[in-house]
Design a protein. Structure first.
Length: 257
């Protein structure tokens, strides 16, 4: 081995040791959830209540890690501890089948006091947006309507969850294209079956022969998010009414909620 190759090897090993130590120290700094936080999760998050005790522990650890890495900021509204936990739960639920996976394309979640428009304004006359993954100057940010977030978890029977919806978009965007095919999650062998299923279900929605939110027929990206929020919010009903779609989403997300 030449002197240059030997030096590069030493530098690489040193970097790997430093990286391992950095993540070890960082994880040690993550504070476990307090009793009051766990009680809030049990009160407000149906997904968490359904989990076996061992999985609840892992869910709590994932929540704590998310809260240590992503800022949650209120814009003209006060953010409560329950709000922070609902945002974190929205992020953790879709990824619960992928231990260790993190949102590397997100720095901050903004909570707005109401709906907003495409320019992120809450005072506009035409405002009907309750959630958005930021782009441009707002890249690496997410905006959620605080009332819509709270209602999503308070009424899971409605099959809508704005937090889960937007975090699915963020996962979809992670491969560089928001196209309804989350390549960071979906195994290659499921891509074609997923495309076929998705296009079939979109046609069912357009024919008024589906209970999936009509907004899911907008495009493939919206179908993925709409189907996923139904899948996680009302899994029994979703499985009963859409058994094939439920099976495929279970394989994509590696869980049966």
């Amino acid at each position: 081995m030449s002197d240059v190759a030997f030096l590069l090897t030493i530098l690489l090993l040193a970097f790997l040791v430093w990286l391992g130590w950095y993540w070890f120290i960082r994880r040690r700094r993550v504070r476990p959830l307090a009793v009051a936080q766990r009680a809030l999760l049990a009160e407000k998050v149906d997904f968490y209540r359904r989990l076996p005790e061992a999985d609840k522990k892992r869910f709590e650890e994932s929540i704590a890690l998310f809260l240590s890495e992503v800022a949650i900021t209120g814009v003209e509204t006060e953010v409560t501890e329950a709000d922070r936990l609902l945002v974190a739960a929205s992020a953790v639920i879709p990824l619960f089948g992928f231990p260790g996976w993190r949102y590397r394309n997100l720095n901050e979640v903004l909570l707005y006091p109401d709906t907003f428009d495409e320019d992120y304004q809450v005072q506009a006359a035409q405002r009907n947006i309750i959630g958005m993954v930021g782009s441009g100057a707002m890249n690496r940010m997410m905006i959620l309507s605080q009332p819509a977030l709270r209602a999503s978890f308070a009424h899971p029977e409605r099959r809508h969850n704005v937090g889960i919806h937007e975090f699915i978009h963020l996962l979809d965007k992670a491969d560089g294209s928001t196209d309804g095919i989350p390549e960071v999650l979906i195994p290659q062998e499921y891509v074609v079956p997923w495309l076929r299923m998705m296009h079939h279900e979109i046609q069912e929605i357009k024919a008024y022969d589906s209970d999936i939110n009509p907004y899911g027929a907008t495009n493939e990206a919206e179908f993925l998010s709409v189907a996923a929020e139904y899948f996680f919010s009302q899994p029994e009903q979703f499985e009963r009414k859409h058994p094939k779609l439920y099976t495929l989403l279970s394989r994509i997300f590696r869980q049966e909620p």
